[in-house]
Design a protein around this ligand. Structure first.
Ligand SMILES: *[C@@H]1O[C@H](CO)[C@@H](O)[C@H](O)[C@H]1NC(C)=O
Ligand SMILES: *[C@@H]1O[C@H](CO)[C@@H](O)[C@H](O)[C@H]1NC(C)=O
Ligand SMILES: *[C@@H]1O[C@H](CO)[C@@H](O)[C@H](O)[C@H]1NC(C)=O
Ligand SMILES: *[C@@H]1O[C@H](CO)[C@@H](O)[C@H](O)[C@H]1NC(C)=O
Length: 236
C-alpha cells in the first residue's frame, strides 16, 4: 500500500514538472531609442532585457556593463541607474562599454557596444541585429540632428567616393556584417559600430523545433495526468 502511494505521488510530481516546464527562447538587450551611438551630454537611453519572441521584458534578467575590464550591474554603476524598474543609461561621458543581459543562473545575452561621444557626429545604426533580406538605412547625424551628405565606411573601405545623404543596404546578407562609420566634409570620422545580421532560416528552424518540443511536452503532460487520475481512482 505504501509503495502504491509513493508511486502515485511520484507520478503526480512528474506531471507537475512536465506541466510547468519553461518554454525556452532567447533574451536580448534592447536599447531605446534604437541606436548604438549617442551624443554626450544627452538625455537618457532605456536598456531592457526582452524576450526575442514577444519583445516583452523578461523577469529575472539584469542589465550589466563591462567597461575597462570592470563588470557592473544596472543600479550599481555610475550613470546606469534603476528608476521605476527601468534601467536608464545617462548619456554622459564616459558611458562607452559592452552592455548585455544576465540571468540569475549566469546565462548571457549577446552584447551591444554603446558609444557615447563628445564629438560632433554620430552614425545612426540599429542596436539590435537586422534580418537577412531586410533593408537598412544608416545615417550620419550632427548634434543639431541634421543629416549631412556623408562618406560611409565599412571595415576600412569607403562605400561612396561622393558624399551622400544616407547608406541604404538592400536585401541585407551575412556579408554586410561589419564595423561601420561615417564622416562629412565638415566633421571627422564617427566612432565605429558593428552591424549584426541575423539569419531568418536558422531562427525559424529553432522556433519550429521549440514548437514541436512544446507540443510533445503538452501531450505527455495530458497523458500523464489522465494516467495518474486513473491510478488515483483505482487505488481508492
Ligand atoms: C565590443 O567592443 C570590444 C572592444 O572594442 C570588441 O572586442 C567586441 O568584439 C565588440 N563586440 C561587439 C558585439 O561589437
Ligand atoms: C528593399 O528595397 C528594395 C528596393 O528599394 C525593394 O524592392 C524591396 O521591396 C525592399 N525590401 C523590403 C523587405 O522592404
Ligand atoms: C577616417 O576613416 C578613413 C577610413 O578608414 C581613414 O582613411 C581616415 O584616415 C580617417 N580619418 C581620420 C581623421 O581619422
Ligand atoms: C536616403 O537618401 C535617399 C536619396 O538620397 C532619400 O530618397 C531617402 O529618403 C533617404 N532615406 C532616409 C531614411 O533618410
Amino acid at each position: 500500500m505504501k509503495m502504491r502511494l509513493l508511486s502515485v505521488i511520484l507520478l503526480h510530481g512528474v506531471c507537475v514538472l512536465l506541466l510547468s516546464a519553461p518554454t525556452v527562447s532567447a533574451v536580448s538587450l534592447s536599447v531605446t531609442p534604437d541606436h548604438k551611438q549617442f551624443f554626450s551630454p544627452g538625455a537618457l537611453a532605456i536598456l531592457s532585457c526582452d524576450d526575442d519572441d514577444d519583445e516583452q521584458k523578461v523577469d529575472g534578467w539584469t542589465v550589466k556593463r563591462t567597461r575597462a575590464g570592470l563588470t557592473e550591474m544596472c543600479g550599481e554603476a555610475a550613470g546606469l541607474v534603476l528608476k521605476n524598474s527601468l534601467c536608464q543609461l545617462e548619456l554622459i561621458n564616459p558611458s562607452d562599454g559592452a552592455y548585455f543581459c544576465e540571468s540569475s543562473s549566469g546565462q548571457r545575452s549577446d552584447e551591444v557596444n554603446i558609444t557615447v561621444t563628445a564629438g560632433s557626429l554620430i552614425l545612426d545604426i540599429p542596436s539590435s541585429p537586422v534580418w537577412t533580406g531586410s533593408n537598412v538605412t544608416l545615417l550620419c547625424q550632427t548634434r543639431e540632428g541634421k543629416q549631412e551628405n556623408s562618406y560611409f565606411y565599412k571595415d576600412g573601405g569607403i562605400f561612396n567616393p561622393n558624399p551622400k545623404e544616407n547608406l541604404t543596404l538592400t536585401n541585407v546578407q551575412k556579408s554586410d556584417e561589419g564595423l561601420y562609420w561615417c564622416s562629412t566634409v565638415d566633421h571627422p570620422n564617427t566612432s565605429k559600430s558593428r552591424l549584426t545580421v541575423r539569419g531568418h532560416g536558422l531562427a525559424m528552424n529553432m522556433r519550429e523545433e521549440d514548437g514541436y518540443a512544446q507540443t510533445v511536452t503538452a501531450l505527455l503532460s495530458i497523458l500523464c495526468l489522465i494516467k495518474s487520475i486513473n491510478k488515483d481512482f483505482h487505488d481508492r
